[in-house]
Design a protein around this ligand. Structure first.
Ligand SMILES: Nc1ncnc2c1ncn2[C@@H]1O[C@H](COP(=O)(O)OP(=O)(O)O)[C@@H](O)[C@H]1O
Ligand SMILES: [Mg+2]
Length: 308
Protein backbone atom coordinates (compact mmCIF):
# COMPACT_ATOMS: atom_id res chain seq x y z
CA UNK A 1 0.00 0.00 0.00
CA UNK A 2 1.44 3.43 -0.85
CA UNK A 3 2.40 5.41 2.25
CA UNK A 4 0.54 8.51 1.19
CA UNK A 5 0.70 10.12 4.65
CA UNK A 6 4.50 10.25 4.30
CA UNK A 7 4.09 12.89 1.56
CA UNK A 8 3.75 16.60 2.19
CA UNK A 9 1.02 16.98 -0.46
CA UNK A 10 -1.94 14.71 -1.16
CA UNK A 11 -3.91 15.80 -4.22
CA UNK A 12 -7.44 14.43 -4.56
CA UNK A 13 -9.33 14.56 -7.85
CA UNK A 14 -11.92 12.64 -9.89
CA UNK A 15 -15.14 13.12 -11.82
CA UNK A 16 -17.67 15.60 -10.40
CA UNK A 17 -19.91 14.23 -7.65
CA UNK A 18 -18.03 10.98 -6.96
CA UNK A 19 -17.07 12.04 -3.42
CA UNK A 20 -13.82 14.00 -3.78
CA UNK A 21 -14.67 16.39 -0.94
CA UNK A 22 -15.90 13.57 1.29
CA UNK A 23 -12.75 11.52 0.65
CA UNK A 24 -10.47 14.55 1.15
CA UNK A 25 -12.18 15.26 4.49
CA UNK A 26 -11.89 11.58 5.51
CA UNK A 27 -8.20 11.51 4.51
CA UNK A 28 -7.74 14.65 6.62
CA UNK A 29 -9.27 12.97 9.67
CA UNK A 30 -7.21 9.83 9.10
CA UNK A 31 -3.98 11.85 8.83
CA UNK A 32 -4.80 13.92 11.92
CA UNK A 33 -5.62 10.71 13.82
CA UNK A 34 -2.03 9.59 13.10
CA UNK A 35 -0.82 12.71 14.87
CA UNK A 36 0.00 14.70 11.74
CA UNK A 37 -0.73 18.41 11.76
CA UNK A 38 -3.02 18.40 8.77
CA UNK A 39 -4.45 21.02 6.41
CA UNK A 40 -7.34 20.04 4.12
CA UNK A 41 -8.00 22.68 1.51
CA UNK A 42 -10.70 23.12 -1.14
CA UNK A 43 -10.64 25.31 -4.23
CA UNK A 44 -13.39 27.85 -4.84
CA UNK A 45 -15.56 30.44 -3.16
CA UNK A 46 -17.34 27.94 -0.93
CA UNK A 47 -16.44 26.19 2.31
CA UNK A 48 -17.84 22.65 2.57
CA UNK A 49 -14.98 21.07 4.46
CA UNK A 50 -15.57 22.71 7.88
CA UNK A 51 -19.14 21.33 7.93
CA UNK A 52 -17.96 17.84 6.97
CA UNK A 53 -15.45 18.05 9.82
CA UNK A 54 -17.91 19.26 12.45
CA UNK A 55 -17.06 22.96 12.51
CA UNK A 56 -18.86 26.15 11.59
CA UNK A 57 -17.14 27.79 8.59
CA UNK A 58 -15.11 30.85 9.56
CA UNK A 59 -14.38 33.80 7.24
CA UNK A 60 -13.91 32.54 3.68
CA UNK A 61 -10.27 32.19 2.72
CA UNK A 62 -8.93 32.11 6.28
CA UNK A 63 -7.03 29.09 7.55
CA UNK A 64 -9.22 27.62 10.25
CA UNK A 65 -8.56 25.02 12.97
CA UNK A 66 -11.58 22.67 12.88
CA UNK A 67 -10.38 19.88 15.19
CA UNK A 68 -7.28 18.95 17.15
CA UNK A 69 -4.47 18.97 14.58
CA UNK A 70 -6.82 19.51 11.64
CA UNK A 71 -7.26 22.69 9.65
CA UNK A 72 -9.24 23.77 6.59
CA UNK A 73 -9.13 26.62 4.11
CA UNK A 74 -10.92 27.58 0.89
CA UNK A 75 -8.61 28.86 -1.82
CA UNK A 76 -10.25 31.40 -4.11
CA UNK A 77 -8.04 31.51 -7.23
CA UNK A 78 -8.58 35.28 -7.60
CA UNK A 79 -7.47 35.89 -4.02
CA UNK A 80 -4.55 33.53 -4.52
CA UNK A 81 -3.55 35.56 -7.61
CA UNK A 82 -3.63 38.80 -5.63
CA UNK A 83 -1.65 37.34 -2.74
CA UNK A 84 0.83 35.83 -5.14
CA UNK A 85 1.38 39.15 -6.93
CA UNK A 86 1.78 40.96 -3.61
CA UNK A 87 4.39 38.39 -2.59
CA UNK A 88 6.19 38.72 -5.94
CA UNK A 89 6.11 42.51 -5.85
CA UNK A 90 7.93 42.32 -2.53
CA UNK A 91 10.96 41.42 -4.62
CA UNK A 92 12.64 44.37 -6.31
CA UNK A 93 14.18 42.37 -9.08
CA UNK A 94 10.82 40.90 -9.93
CA UNK A 95 9.16 44.31 -9.95
CA UNK A 96 11.75 45.23 -12.58
CA UNK A 97 11.11 42.11 -14.58
CA UNK A 98 7.36 42.64 -14.40
CA UNK A 99 7.49 46.23 -15.61
CA UNK A 100 10.09 45.59 -18.29
CA UNK A 101 8.47 42.50 -19.74
CA UNK A 102 4.82 43.44 -19.29
CA UNK A 103 4.37 40.29 -17.24
CA UNK A 104 2.27 42.21 -14.77
CA UNK A 105 -0.54 42.99 -17.18
CA UNK A 106 -0.03 39.54 -18.63
CA UNK A 107 -0.97 38.05 -15.27
CA UNK A 108 -3.66 40.51 -14.33
CA UNK A 109 -5.38 39.98 -17.66
CA UNK A 110 -5.74 36.37 -16.58
CA UNK A 111 -3.17 34.72 -18.75
CA UNK A 112 -4.29 31.21 -19.52
CA UNK A 113 -3.20 29.17 -16.58
CA UNK A 114 -2.30 32.03 -14.22
CA UNK A 115 -5.08 31.16 -11.78
CA UNK A 116 -4.15 27.49 -12.00
CA UNK A 117 -0.51 28.37 -11.35
CA UNK A 118 -1.20 30.50 -8.29
CA UNK A 119 -3.69 27.98 -6.88
CA UNK A 120 -1.18 25.14 -7.22
CA UNK A 121 1.49 27.42 -5.74
CA UNK A 122 -0.74 28.30 -2.77
CA UNK A 123 -1.39 24.60 -2.04
CA UNK A 124 2.35 23.91 -2.25
CA UNK A 125 3.17 26.96 -0.11
CA UNK A 126 1.02 25.69 2.77
CA UNK A 127 3.30 22.65 2.96
CA UNK A 128 6.46 24.80 3.19
CA UNK A 129 8.47 25.51 6.34
CA UNK A 130 8.68 28.31 7.07
CA UNK A 131 5.57 29.64 5.41
CA UNK A 132 5.88 32.73 3.19
CA UNK A 133 4.19 34.61 6.00
CA UNK A 134 6.08 33.38 9.05
CA UNK A 135 3.02 34.04 11.25
CA UNK A 136 1.02 31.33 9.39
CA UNK A 137 0.94 27.85 10.92
CA UNK A 138 3.09 25.09 9.40
CA UNK A 139 1.71 21.67 8.51
CA UNK A 140 3.02 18.14 8.27
CA UNK A 141 0.68 17.36 5.40
CA UNK A 142 -1.61 19.30 3.04
CA UNK A 143 -4.53 17.42 1.50
CA UNK A 144 -6.15 19.22 -1.45
CA UNK A 145 -9.75 18.67 -2.55
CA UNK A 146 -9.09 19.62 -6.17
CA UNK A 147 -11.65 20.43 -8.88
CA UNK A 148 -12.82 17.72 -11.29
CA UNK A 149 -10.30 15.84 -13.39
CA UNK A 150 -9.61 18.05 -16.43
CA UNK A 151 -9.35 21.24 -14.40
CA UNK A 152 -7.26 19.53 -11.72
CA UNK A 153 -4.76 18.25 -14.29
CA UNK A 154 -4.48 21.76 -15.78
CA UNK A 155 -3.81 23.09 -12.29
CA UNK A 156 -1.16 20.48 -11.55
CA UNK A 157 0.46 21.02 -14.96
CA UNK A 158 0.57 24.84 -14.74
CA UNK A 159 3.79 25.15 -12.68
CA UNK A 160 5.72 23.06 -15.23
CA UNK A 161 4.29 25.12 -18.12
CA UNK A 162 5.25 28.42 -16.47
CA UNK A 163 8.66 27.07 -15.56
CA UNK A 164 9.21 26.18 -19.22
CA UNK A 165 7.89 29.52 -20.52
CA UNK A 166 9.68 31.79 -18.06
CA UNK A 167 12.87 29.64 -18.13
CA UNK A 168 14.89 31.98 -15.89
CA UNK A 169 14.13 34.45 -13.12
CA UNK A 170 12.11 34.22 -9.93
CA UNK A 171 8.85 33.10 -11.56
CA UNK A 172 10.60 30.25 -13.29
CA UNK A 173 12.49 29.15 -10.21
CA UNK A 174 9.43 29.24 -7.96
CA UNK A 175 7.22 27.51 -10.54
CA UNK A 176 10.03 25.01 -11.00
CA UNK A 177 10.11 24.23 -7.27
CA UNK A 178 6.33 23.65 -7.27
CA UNK A 179 6.55 21.54 -10.46
CA UNK A 180 9.30 19.38 -8.96
CA UNK A 181 7.24 18.73 -5.82
CA UNK A 182 4.22 17.79 -7.91
CA UNK A 183 6.25 15.48 -10.13
CA UNK A 184 8.01 13.75 -7.22
CA UNK A 185 6.15 10.79 -5.73
CA UNK A 186 8.27 11.12 -2.58
CA UNK A 187 6.83 14.59 -1.95
CA UNK A 188 3.29 14.37 -3.31
CA UNK A 189 0.60 11.77 -3.89
CA UNK A 190 -2.23 11.90 -6.41
CA UNK A 191 -5.43 10.17 -5.35
CA UNK A 192 -8.20 9.50 -7.88
CA UNK A 193 -11.70 9.09 -6.45
CA UNK A 194 -14.38 7.22 -8.38
CA UNK A 195 -17.57 5.28 -7.89
CA UNK A 196 -18.00 1.73 -9.18
CA UNK A 197 -20.08 2.65 -12.23
CA UNK A 198 -19.29 2.35 -15.92
CA UNK A 199 -18.53 5.96 -16.92
CA UNK A 200 -16.59 7.01 -13.80
CA UNK A 201 -14.49 3.84 -13.95
CA UNK A 202 -13.72 4.50 -17.63
CA UNK A 203 -12.74 8.09 -16.82
CA UNK A 204 -10.56 6.98 -13.92
CA UNK A 205 -8.63 4.58 -16.13
CA UNK A 206 -8.25 7.43 -18.63
CA UNK A 207 -7.08 9.73 -15.82
CA UNK A 208 -4.44 7.15 -14.95
CA UNK A 209 -2.95 7.54 -18.44
CA UNK A 210 -3.53 11.29 -18.63
CA UNK A 211 -1.60 11.70 -15.37
CA UNK A 212 1.39 10.05 -16.99
CA UNK A 213 0.94 12.11 -20.19
CA UNK A 214 0.40 15.45 -18.42
CA UNK A 215 2.48 15.17 -15.25
CA UNK A 216 4.96 12.48 -16.21
CA UNK A 217 4.12 10.43 -13.14
CA UNK A 218 1.67 7.76 -12.03
CA UNK A 219 -1.33 8.12 -9.77
CA UNK A 220 -0.61 6.79 -6.27
CA UNK A 221 -3.99 5.49 -5.23
CA UNK A 222 -7.54 5.01 -6.46
CA UNK A 223 -10.44 5.21 -4.00
CA UNK A 224 -13.65 3.52 -5.14
CA UNK A 225 -16.29 5.30 -3.08
CA UNK A 226 -19.94 4.59 -2.38
CA UNK A 227 -19.64 0.80 -2.72
CA UNK A 228 -22.80 -1.10 -1.75
CA UNK A 229 -22.20 -3.80 0.80
CA UNK A 230 -23.63 -6.94 -0.72
CA UNK A 231 -26.23 -8.43 1.51
CA UNK A 232 -27.66 -10.65 -1.18
CA UNK A 233 -26.06 -12.31 -4.15
CA UNK A 234 -28.25 -12.59 -7.27
CA UNK A 235 -28.38 -16.35 -6.61
CA UNK A 236 -29.63 -15.84 -3.06
CA UNK A 237 -32.25 -13.44 -4.32
CA UNK A 238 -33.47 -16.02 -6.83
CA UNK A 239 -33.48 -18.70 -4.14
CA UNK A 240 -35.47 -16.45 -1.86
CA UNK A 241 -38.13 -16.26 -4.55
CA UNK A 242 -38.10 -20.04 -5.00
CA UNK A 243 -38.36 -21.03 -1.33
CA UNK A 244 -42.09 -20.97 -1.42
CA UNK A 245 -41.90 -19.06 1.86
CA UNK A 246 -44.45 -16.27 1.72
CA UNK A 247 -42.04 -13.41 1.01
CA UNK A 248 -44.05 -10.34 0.19
CA UNK A 249 -43.57 -9.54 -3.50
CA UNK A 250 -42.35 -6.02 -2.80
CA UNK A 251 -39.65 -7.23 -0.41
CA UNK A 252 -38.52 -9.78 -2.92
CA UNK A 253 -38.37 -7.07 -5.60
CA UNK A 254 -36.27 -4.81 -3.36
CA UNK A 255 -33.87 -7.63 -2.55
CA UNK A 256 -33.58 -8.42 -6.23
CA UNK A 257 -32.84 -4.82 -7.16
CA UNK A 258 -30.27 -4.40 -4.39
CA UNK A 259 -28.53 -7.61 -5.39
CA UNK A 260 -28.53 -6.54 -9.04
CA UNK A 261 -27.07 -3.10 -8.24
CA UNK A 262 -24.37 -4.61 -6.06
CA UNK A 263 -23.52 -7.12 -8.79
CA UNK A 264 -23.15 -4.33 -11.37
CA UNK A 265 -20.87 -2.45 -8.95
CA UNK A 266 -18.76 -5.53 -8.29
CA UNK A 267 -18.29 -6.02 -12.04
CA UNK A 268 -17.17 -2.39 -12.40
CA UNK A 269 -14.84 -2.74 -9.40
CA UNK A 270 -13.29 -5.78 -11.03
CA UNK A 271 -12.83 -3.84 -14.27
CA UNK A 272 -11.22 -0.98 -12.30
CA UNK A 273 -8.87 -3.32 -10.43
CA UNK A 274 -7.96 -5.04 -13.66
CA UNK A 275 -7.01 -1.78 -15.40
CA UNK A 276 -5.43 -0.01 -12.42
CA UNK A 277 -1.66 0.14 -12.08
CA UNK A 278 -2.03 1.35 -8.46
CA UNK A 279 -3.88 0.00 -5.39
CA UNK A 280 -7.67 0.43 -5.29
CA UNK A 281 -9.29 1.08 -1.89
CA UNK A 282 -13.02 0.88 -1.32
CA UNK A 283 -15.32 2.99 0.85
CA UNK A 284 -18.81 1.80 1.72
CA UNK A 285 -22.01 3.48 0.66
CA UNK A 286 -23.41 5.14 3.77
CA UNK A 287 -27.14 5.49 4.14
CA UNK A 288 -27.45 8.92 5.79
CA UNK A 289 -29.27 11.29 3.43
CA UNK A 290 -26.55 13.94 3.89
CA UNK A 291 -23.18 12.88 5.20
CA UNK A 292 -22.35 14.18 8.67
CA UNK A 293 -19.06 14.41 10.56
CA UNK A 294 -19.73 10.97 12.12
CA UNK A 295 -20.00 9.49 8.64
CA UNK A 296 -16.73 11.15 7.60
CA UNK A 297 -15.16 9.66 10.73
CA UNK A 298 -16.45 6.20 9.75
CA UNK A 299 -14.95 6.62 6.24
CA UNK A 300 -11.66 7.82 7.78
CA UNK A 301 -11.53 4.57 9.79
CA UNK A 302 -12.12 2.54 6.63
CA UNK A 303 -9.29 4.43 4.92
CA UNK A 304 -6.89 3.97 7.87
CA UNK A 305 -7.59 0.22 8.03
CA UNK A 306 -6.86 -0.24 4.33
CA UNK A 307 -3.86 2.10 4.25
CA UNK A 308 -2.34 0.11 7.14
N1 LIG B 1 -19.58 6.81 0.80
C1 LIG B 1 -20.68 7.58 0.62
N2 LIG B 1 -21.90 7.11 0.97
C2 LIG B 1 -23.01 7.87 0.78
N3 LIG B 1 -23.01 9.09 0.23
C3 LIG B 1 -21.81 9.61 -0.15
C4 LIG B 1 -20.60 8.89 0.01
N4 LIG B 1 -19.59 9.66 -0.46
C5 LIG B 1 -20.14 10.81 -0.90
N5 LIG B 1 -21.49 10.80 -0.72
C6 LIG B 1 -22.44 11.85 -1.07
O1 LIG B 1 -22.31 12.08 -2.46
C7 LIG B 1 -22.44 13.45 -2.76
C8 LIG B 1 -21.20 13.94 -3.50
O2 LIG B 1 -20.08 13.88 -2.61
P1 LIG B 1 -18.95 15.01 -2.65
O3 LIG B 1 -17.90 14.59 -1.69
O4 LIG B 1 -19.53 16.35 -2.49
O5 LIG B 1 -18.44 14.80 -4.15
P2 LIG B 1 -17.49 15.73 -5.05
O6 LIG B 1 -16.65 16.54 -4.12
O7 LIG B 1 -16.70 14.76 -5.86
O8 LIG B 1 -18.39 16.56 -5.90
C9 LIG B 1 -22.65 14.17 -1.43
O9 LIG B 1 -24.02 14.38 -1.23
C10 LIG B 1 -22.10 13.18 -0.42
O10 LIG B 1 -22.72 13.33 0.82
MG1 LIG C 1 -16.42 18.63 -3.99
Amino acid sequence: MPRIFDRRLVLVTGKGGVGKSTVAAALGRAAAAQGLKTMVCEVGTHARLPGLLGAVPGPLGEEQAVQQGLWTVSIDPDDALKAWLAKQLGSRSLVNILTRSNLFSYFVAAAPGARELVTATKIWEMAQRPRWNSADPTFDIVIADLPATGHALAMLRAPKTFNDIARIGPIASQAGAVARSLADAAQSAIVAVTIPAELPVGETLELQDRTVGTLERELDLIVANDVLTTRWTPEQATELGATGVAVAGRVHGAVNREAARAAVQQAQLQRLRHGARVPVLTLAHLTSPALRPDDVEALAKQLSEQLG
